[in-house]
Design a protein around this ligand. Structure first.
Ligand code: SF4
Length: 227
């Protein structure tokens, strides 16, 4: 098995350095042209691929051009517009309610604080962090999605299970300047190499420092189960 560096801080910095070299163009893959579109795209991306969301939002963002439009559309019509997205009924409801709140309480603007964003329908800390980082250039934390969760555990950065607890731990380990980039590096590596079911450890730039390295380690530390 790979041998992690002596401290988790060193491990985190080394991971960032190597992944940055491997994925120099790493960034958010959702498409949007303003903050509201970003917020909607992130709401839609829960348990759905970014690729699918980008396909669907192409027409959606042409049809609706502001929070008033989303707030005014009937639930059935918006749900129908989103019907290739997972949980489209619930997501249509979140988007309509969120748009209504934005119109009524925020003068039509997407709020720029964690507290106000997480008050919106369907918006948790993860979604709020993405909107703050990419919509407002405010980096308050680290977005912990399924890839960050899996890779952080596999690579021995955390033993925590819940995204909020993982985020708190990562914020102590990852240099602050990389809080935003860390997520996208994990997503790129999680998609390309360190996939959920069948990671390609033989072709991984982190193999020698990864305590889960398949073949050498018996256990996938992400799940705690044997490979
Ligand atoms: S691909 Fe394998 S070696 Fe690389 S980070 Fe994932 S589990 Fe570790």
């Amino acid at each position: 098995m790979g041998t992690p560096l002596e401290t988790r801080n060193e491990q985190a910095t080394e991971i960032v350095d190597r992944l940055e070299a491997a994925y120099p163009d790493s960034t958010i893959s959702l498409r949007y042209s303003n903050r509201l579109e970003l917020l909607i795209a992130v709401i839609l991306s829960a348990q759905c691929t970014d690729e699918r969301v980008n396909k669907e939002t192409k027409d959606l963002f042409e049809k609706y051009d502001g929070p008033e439009a989303y707030a005014a559309v009937p639930q059935e019509e918006l749900a129908e517009d989103l019907n290739s997205i997972t949980y489209y009924n619930s997501k249509a409801e979140y988007i309509r309610n969120t748009a209504e709140t934005i119109v009524e309480e925020h003068d039509g603007e997407v709020p720029d604080t964690m507290a106000e964003l997480t008050e919106l329908s369907g918006v948790g800390r993860k979604t709020a962090n993405v909107v703050l980082q990419h919509g407002h250039d405010v980096v308050e934390g680290i977005v912990v999605d399924t890839h960050v969760q899996r890779l952080s555990r596999r690579l021995g950065l955390t033993d925590e299970q819940r995204p909020d607890a993982i985020e708190q731990e990562l914020m102590d380990l990852v240099p602050e300047g990389y809080w935003q980039g860390f997520t996208h590096l994990c997503i790129d590596h999680g998609r390309a190499i360190c996939t959920a079911r069948n990671p390609d450890c033989a072709d991984c730039v982190l193999a020698d420092i990864c305590p889960s390295q398949k073949g050498d380690s018996e256990v996938d530390l992400a799940s705690g189960e044997p490979w």
